[in-house]
Design a protein. Sequence first.
Length: 294
Amino acid sequence: MTTAAESTAASEQITQRSGSNLALAFVVLPPEKRTAMTALYAFCREVDDVADEETVPQAERRERLSAWREDVRRACDGGQPQFVVNRELQPFIVKYRLPFDLFDELIRGVEMDLDQTRYPDTESVDRYCYRVASVVGLLSIEIFGYSDPQCRVYAEALGKALQWTNILRDIGNDAGRGRVYVSEAELREFGVTPEEILALKDSDRFRRLAAAVGKRARDYFIKARNCLPAGDRRSMVAAELMGTVYWRLLRKIEENGYAVLTKDPIRLSRFQKISLILRAWLRVKTGIPFASYG
């Protein structure tokens, strides 16, 4: 087994290549925690990419995800994982006691994308959000460190806030892949058909639907803000930065009138992201309370 001090070159390369908003938040972490989060992010990126590789037959993707599940199980059980990303992650699994059950739940989440392109009700979409986003938050806070168990409620709520914002932003992009993450029940409620979504057909009905999805994300942001224990605010600075970035993205979507039925999602500019990171860093250094969302 490798040690935490050894290279995480493969994970760093994957993380840098992704250009993810999530990875930007790592800059405010101490070096060792930053390295641990880079390794965790690389794992998440790899399994997500397996599920999304639509040029590969579904059965083969399922086999690959099964292989990732068994390999990370080996990493958690003190064995010898075969995948380089899991070898780089293993020292941090040990150090921060990251449980296999959460990695398994994350893989179950990305497997949902192999089985489903529609969801019958909002609860099933919310379960998807828990698996692909809240679980990442629950793993991350073990690395960040916390004293109050209420942080787990915070991580679950913030993960759902981020994922519902992603769902809203990517409605048009996902439609291009035949996916509709807004539930069939909610589509019926607002009189919007899946075919309209897939055809990128905008309407007042759709804008009201999109506003409802935005409100759900907003409600989770508010819950996260209210759940974060005061004593753990400083250790959650990277998570709070992510909340701030995605809150600003949600606000931008709202300001644009929920014009999300496009193949090019609404994004924050690089300048906006850097500004948010600098503000976060200054708040950490000066001890100013950080939460600026919800």
